[in-house]
Design a protein around this ligand. Structure first.
Ligand SMILES: C[S@@+](CC[C@H](N)C(=O)[O-])C[C@H]1O[C@@H](n2cnc3c(N)ncnc32)[C@H](O)[C@@H]1O
Length: 199
Protein backbone atom coordinates (compact mmCIF):
# COMPACT_ATOMS: atom_id res chain seq x y z
CA UNK A 1 0.00 0.00 0.00
CA UNK A 2 1.39 3.39 -0.92
CA UNK A 3 0.99 6.59 1.14
CA UNK A 4 -2.26 7.53 -0.61
CA UNK A 5 -3.69 4.01 -0.38
CA UNK A 6 -3.24 4.19 3.39
CA UNK A 7 -4.93 7.58 3.63
CA UNK A 8 -7.82 6.58 1.39
CA UNK A 9 -8.29 3.30 3.27
CA UNK A 10 -9.57 5.36 6.22
CA UNK A 11 -13.35 5.85 6.44
CA UNK A 12 -14.96 8.80 4.65
CA UNK A 13 -13.72 10.98 1.81
CA UNK A 14 -10.58 13.03 2.55
CA UNK A 15 -11.64 15.93 0.29
CA UNK A 16 -15.38 15.34 0.43
CA UNK A 17 -17.66 14.12 -2.33
CA UNK A 18 -18.45 17.48 -3.94
CA UNK A 19 -16.30 18.95 -6.74
CA UNK A 20 -13.55 21.48 -6.15
CA UNK A 21 -15.07 24.99 -6.28
CA UNK A 22 -12.68 26.31 -8.96
CA UNK A 23 -13.33 23.32 -11.21
CA UNK A 24 -17.07 23.81 -10.66
CA UNK A 25 -16.75 27.46 -11.77
CA UNK A 26 -14.50 26.79 -14.77
CA UNK A 27 -16.32 23.76 -16.17
CA UNK A 28 -18.55 26.00 -18.31
CA UNK A 29 -15.62 26.13 -20.75
CA UNK A 30 -15.97 22.43 -21.64
CA UNK A 31 -18.09 21.55 -24.67
CA UNK A 32 -20.97 19.12 -24.00
CA UNK A 33 -19.95 15.45 -23.87
CA UNK A 34 -16.22 16.22 -23.71
CA UNK A 35 -13.67 13.47 -23.15
CA UNK A 36 -12.01 14.51 -19.89
CA UNK A 37 -8.80 13.19 -18.30
CA UNK A 38 -8.50 13.59 -14.51
CA UNK A 39 -5.01 12.55 -13.31
CA UNK A 40 -4.68 12.20 -9.53
CA UNK A 41 -8.46 12.01 -9.06
CA UNK A 42 -8.06 10.14 -5.77
CA UNK A 43 -11.45 9.24 -4.32
CA UNK A 44 -13.14 10.66 -7.41
CA UNK A 45 -15.09 13.73 -6.29
CA UNK A 46 -14.09 15.72 -9.39
CA UNK A 47 -14.22 12.98 -12.00
CA UNK A 48 -17.59 11.77 -10.77
CA UNK A 49 -19.05 15.29 -10.80
CA UNK A 50 -17.81 15.83 -14.37
CA UNK A 51 -19.46 12.54 -15.34
CA UNK A 52 -22.76 13.77 -13.84
CA UNK A 53 -22.41 16.79 -16.16
CA UNK A 54 -22.51 14.43 -19.16
CA UNK A 55 -18.79 14.19 -19.90
CA UNK A 56 -16.89 10.99 -20.62
CA UNK A 57 -14.38 10.82 -17.77
CA UNK A 58 -11.14 8.89 -17.37
CA UNK A 59 -9.67 9.11 -13.85
CA UNK A 60 -6.11 7.89 -13.39
CA UNK A 61 -4.26 7.67 -10.09
CA UNK A 62 -1.53 5.62 -8.43
CA UNK A 63 -3.92 4.72 -5.59
CA UNK A 64 -6.01 1.63 -6.32
CA UNK A 65 -7.85 2.21 -3.03
CA UNK A 66 -8.78 5.77 -4.07
CA UNK A 67 -10.04 4.67 -7.48
CA UNK A 68 -12.12 1.87 -5.93
CA UNK A 69 -13.85 4.51 -3.81
CA UNK A 70 -14.26 6.66 -6.94
CA UNK A 71 -16.07 3.74 -8.60
CA UNK A 72 -18.38 3.38 -5.60
CA UNK A 73 -19.12 7.13 -5.69
CA UNK A 74 -19.80 6.96 -9.45
CA UNK A 75 -22.19 4.03 -8.97
CA UNK A 76 -24.01 5.91 -6.20
CA UNK A 77 -24.55 8.80 -8.62
CA UNK A 78 -25.50 6.46 -11.49
CA UNK A 79 -22.72 7.56 -13.86
CA UNK A 80 -19.95 5.66 -15.66
CA UNK A 81 -16.32 6.37 -14.78
CA UNK A 82 -13.26 4.87 -16.47
CA UNK A 83 -10.43 4.34 -13.99
CA UNK A 84 -6.85 3.20 -14.40
CA UNK A 85 -4.10 2.75 -11.81
CA UNK A 86 -1.00 4.50 -13.20
CA UNK A 87 2.11 6.28 -11.99
CA UNK A 88 2.32 9.74 -13.54
CA UNK A 89 6.12 9.46 -13.31
CA UNK A 90 6.04 7.35 -16.46
CA UNK A 91 2.47 7.21 -17.80
CA UNK A 92 1.26 8.96 -20.91
CA UNK A 93 -2.16 9.10 -22.53
CA UNK A 94 -2.70 8.37 -26.22
CA UNK A 95 -1.83 11.46 -28.26
CA UNK A 96 -4.60 14.00 -28.91
CA UNK A 97 -7.29 11.88 -27.27
CA UNK A 98 -8.86 14.24 -24.68
CA UNK A 99 -10.80 17.54 -24.73
CA UNK A 100 -9.86 18.58 -21.19
CA UNK A 101 -7.25 17.90 -18.54
CA UNK A 102 -8.23 18.46 -14.91
CA UNK A 103 -5.47 18.65 -12.28
CA UNK A 104 -6.82 19.37 -8.81
CA UNK A 105 -4.18 19.13 -6.07
CA UNK A 106 -2.22 16.60 -8.13
CA UNK A 107 1.10 17.61 -6.58
CA UNK A 108 4.06 15.96 -8.32
CA UNK A 109 7.73 16.27 -7.30
CA UNK A 110 9.94 18.68 -9.25
CA UNK A 111 12.01 15.69 -10.45
CA UNK A 112 9.32 14.74 -12.99
CA UNK A 113 6.59 17.40 -12.73
CA UNK A 114 7.45 19.19 -15.97
CA UNK A 115 7.88 16.03 -18.07
CA UNK A 116 4.63 14.61 -16.65
CA UNK A 117 2.77 17.84 -17.46
CA UNK A 118 4.16 17.82 -20.99
CA UNK A 119 3.17 14.17 -21.54
CA UNK A 120 -0.35 14.94 -20.29
CA UNK A 121 -0.55 17.99 -22.59
CA UNK A 122 0.31 15.79 -25.59
CA UNK A 123 -2.81 13.78 -24.78
CA UNK A 124 -4.98 16.82 -25.55
CA UNK A 125 -6.62 17.80 -28.83
CA UNK A 126 -6.06 21.32 -30.15
CA UNK A 127 -8.36 23.72 -28.28
CA UNK A 128 -8.67 21.43 -25.25
CA UNK A 129 -8.80 22.99 -21.77
CA UNK A 130 -6.53 22.58 -18.78
CA UNK A 131 -8.00 23.48 -15.38
CA UNK A 132 -5.60 23.26 -12.43
CA UNK A 133 -5.71 24.17 -8.75
CA UNK A 134 -2.83 23.39 -6.40
CA UNK A 135 -1.12 24.78 -3.34
CA UNK A 136 1.33 27.65 -3.90
CA UNK A 137 4.78 27.68 -2.20
CA UNK A 138 3.34 30.30 0.20
CA UNK A 139 1.07 27.53 1.56
CA UNK A 140 4.02 26.45 3.74
CA UNK A 141 2.92 29.23 6.11
CA UNK A 142 -0.61 27.81 6.49
CA UNK A 143 -2.13 24.77 8.21
CA UNK A 144 -5.00 23.99 5.84
CA UNK A 145 -3.43 21.05 3.97
CA UNK A 146 -0.95 20.20 1.24
CA UNK A 147 2.62 18.92 0.96
CA UNK A 148 5.17 20.32 3.42
CA UNK A 149 7.93 20.15 0.78
CA UNK A 150 8.32 23.32 -1.34
CA UNK A 151 9.50 21.07 -4.19
CA UNK A 152 5.92 19.79 -4.52
CA UNK A 153 4.19 23.21 -4.53
CA UNK A 154 3.27 25.12 -7.68
CA UNK A 155 3.48 28.77 -8.74
CA UNK A 156 1.63 30.04 -11.82
CA UNK A 157 5.00 30.87 -13.42
CA UNK A 158 6.23 27.26 -13.01
CA UNK A 159 3.07 25.94 -14.63
CA UNK A 160 3.27 28.34 -17.57
CA UNK A 161 6.90 27.23 -18.07
CA UNK A 162 5.96 23.53 -17.78
CA UNK A 163 3.36 23.84 -20.53
CA UNK A 164 5.19 26.37 -22.72
CA UNK A 165 4.63 25.78 -26.43
CA UNK A 166 1.83 23.29 -25.72
CA UNK A 167 -0.76 25.13 -23.63
CA UNK A 168 -1.57 28.85 -23.88
CA UNK A 169 -2.24 30.26 -20.40
CA UNK A 170 -5.68 31.91 -20.14
CA UNK A 171 -5.97 32.49 -16.38
CA UNK A 172 -3.04 32.56 -13.95
CA UNK A 173 -3.64 33.52 -10.33
CA UNK A 174 -2.41 32.86 -6.86
CA UNK A 175 -3.73 34.12 -3.56
CA UNK A 176 -5.70 33.33 -0.44
CA UNK A 177 -8.95 31.41 -0.44
CA UNK A 178 -10.94 29.62 2.25
CA UNK A 179 -11.00 25.88 1.64
CA UNK A 180 -13.94 23.74 2.73
CA UNK A 181 -13.23 20.37 1.07
CA UNK A 182 -13.68 17.44 3.43
CA UNK A 183 -11.55 16.94 6.55
CA UNK A 184 -8.17 17.36 4.78
CA UNK A 185 -8.65 20.79 3.14
CA UNK A 186 -10.14 23.25 5.63
CA UNK A 187 -9.46 26.91 6.29
CA UNK A 188 -7.44 29.76 4.89
CA UNK A 189 -5.03 28.61 2.16
CA UNK A 190 -2.71 30.05 -0.48
CA UNK A 191 -3.41 28.41 -3.82
CA UNK A 192 -2.50 28.65 -7.48
CA UNK A 193 -5.27 28.61 -10.07
CA UNK A 194 -4.30 28.09 -13.68
CA UNK A 195 -6.36 27.63 -16.84
CA UNK A 196 -4.96 27.16 -20.32
CA UNK A 197 -5.87 25.98 -23.80
CA UNK A 198 -4.03 23.46 -25.97
CA UNK A 199 -2.31 25.15 -28.89
C1 LIG B 1 -4.11 15.61 -2.59
S1 LIG B 1 -4.75 14.19 -3.39
C2 LIG B 1 -5.97 14.96 -4.43
C3 LIG B 1 -7.05 14.03 -4.89
C4 LIG B 1 -8.10 14.66 -5.81
N1 LIG B 1 -7.51 15.30 -6.96
C5 LIG B 1 -8.96 15.64 -5.06
O1 LIG B 1 -8.71 16.86 -5.20
O2 LIG B 1 -9.87 15.22 -4.36
C6 LIG B 1 -3.43 13.81 -4.56
C7 LIG B 1 -3.72 12.62 -5.47
O3 LIG B 1 -2.66 12.50 -6.42
C8 LIG B 1 -2.34 11.13 -6.55
N2 LIG B 1 -0.94 11.02 -6.98
C9 LIG B 1 0.15 11.51 -6.35
N3 LIG B 1 1.27 11.18 -7.02
C10 LIG B 1 0.88 10.44 -8.10
C11 LIG B 1 1.58 9.80 -9.16
N4 LIG B 1 2.90 9.85 -9.26
N5 LIG B 1 0.86 9.13 -10.08
C12 LIG B 1 -0.50 9.07 -9.98
N6 LIG B 1 -1.21 9.66 -9.01
C13 LIG B 1 -0.52 10.33 -8.07
C14 LIG B 1 -2.58 10.55 -5.18
O4 LIG B 1 -2.75 9.15 -5.21
C15 LIG B 1 -3.83 11.30 -4.75
O5 LIG B 1 -4.99 10.63 -5.16
Amino acid sequence: MNFWDQRFAEPGFKYGTEPNAFLHDQAYRLLPVSQVLVPGDGEGRNGVWLATQGHGVTSVDSSAVGLQKAQVLAASRGVPLRTEVVDLADWQPAAASFDALILIYTHLPAAFRQTAHQRLAHGLRSGAWVVLEAFHPAQLGYNSGGPKDVDMLYSPEQLSADFEGLIQPVLTWHGEITLAEGPSHQGLAHVTRWVGQRI
